[in-house]
Design a protein around this ligand. Structure first.
Ligand SMILES: Cc1ncc(C[n+]2csc(CCOP(=O)(O)OP(=O)(O)O)c2C)c(N)n1
Ligand code: SF4
Ligand SMILES: [Mg+2]
Length: 286
């Protein structure tokens, strides 16, 4: 096992004191160290948001991209060099709002990447507007009379979209989160880890105290992760908020199904054109 501190970045997070995202950052470093991942073989990709600043705070390769666009880029990285471990991170607005179309297709496509959403049920970076996971009736800057829209349930969305690894954790419960992250990274195929990551500045409902009081680890309670019906049931419970691995089912990932072209990473393929042909072709456009 290597050391978590090898993943420390020279840049310290500028998140508000108490932000739930600190817990995820610490858990990611522990999880990678426990898996002996080499930082040089690791790519962290994000969109835009407070949570999406994370690639700057961890010592791996990193791409801080556009709002809602982490998954197309993460998938491209993995296809170009599928020797790398690729983890996409971001917020609920990023992944379940503007980026939700990419998420659904990435889940059914099943490229071998992990996607961790820091779900604080609010737009943090833009100072507190309603997000796709804000509760019905929640008062925010953009819904001063209460949110009139039903929230998305990311877990049932994932289960219904062919995602082979569906999990949820609270960023204050580090040992459980580390274990889930390690299993997600080891899973061959797309893995979604939704994390409750409280925004202590703009969300006074979904707080650390709320999750400490209301969450329950379903894996400790004997939940069968191979049973998709039981997974839907736990994801829709109203008597407690379930955390843990809801569902895991390995089916061939995209890279395995595309063996013809992906027998070796695209970065190792010979260029199809000679230098002479390349120069003639580009001369036409310059
Ligand atoms: C295309 C585009 N639309 C809108 C924005 C403005 N914007 C930046 S971050 C953000 C939402 C951030 O919320 P979330 O993804 O939940 O991340 P958090 O800050 O809560 O971690 C929005 C709407 C943008 N940067 N780009
Ligand atoms: S505004 Fe909210 S999400 Fe953003 S850093 Fe502060 S606590 Fe975290
Ligand atoms: Mg958010």
């Amino acid at each position: 096992m290597s050391e978590a501190k090898q993943f420390d970045s020279a840049t310290h997070p500028d998140w508000c004191p108490g932000c739930g995202d600190f817990g995820l950052l610490a858990a990611l470093k522990k999880a990678y160290a426990g898996l002996n991942i080499d930082p040089n073989q690791m790519m962290t990709v994000s969109g835009i948001g407070c949570s999406s600043n994370l690639p700057g705070f961890i010592n791996t390769y990193g791409l801080h991209t556009l709002h809602g666009r982490s998954l197309p880029i993460a998938q491209g990285v993995k296809l170009a060099n599928h020797r790398m471990t690729v983890v996409a991170v971001g917020g609920d607005g990023d992944g379940y709002g503007i980026g939700v179309g990419h998420l659904v297709h990435a889940m059914r496509r099943n490229i071998d990447i992990t996607y961790v959403v820091m779900n604080n049920a609010i737009y943090g970076l833009t100072t507190g507007q309603t997000s796709p996971t804000s509760g019905l009736g929640m008062k925010t800057k953009s819904t001063p009379f209460g949110n009139p829209e039903l929230p998305i349930n990311p877990l049932t969305l994932a289960l219904g979209s062919g995602c082979g690894f569906v999990a949820r954790a609270y960023t204050g419960h580090i040992p459980q989160l580390v274990e889930i992250l390690q299993k997600a990274v080891q899973h061959q195929g797309f893995a979604l880890v939704d994390t409750f990551s409280p925004c202590v500045t703009f969300n006074t409902i979904n707080t650390h105290e709320f999750y400490k009081k209301n969450t329950k680890d379903i894996n400790k309670a004997g939940h069968d992760v191979s049973d998709i019906h039981a997974a839907f049931h736990e994801a829709m419970r109203e008597d407690y908020i379930a955390t843990g691995i809801f569902y895991q089912n390995e089916r061939p990932c995209y890279e395995e199904s595309e063996r013809e072209t992906l027998a070796k990473p695209l970065v190792d393929h010979e260029l199809g054109l000679s230098l002479d042909q390349h120069n003639k072709l580009t001369a036409e456009f310059v």
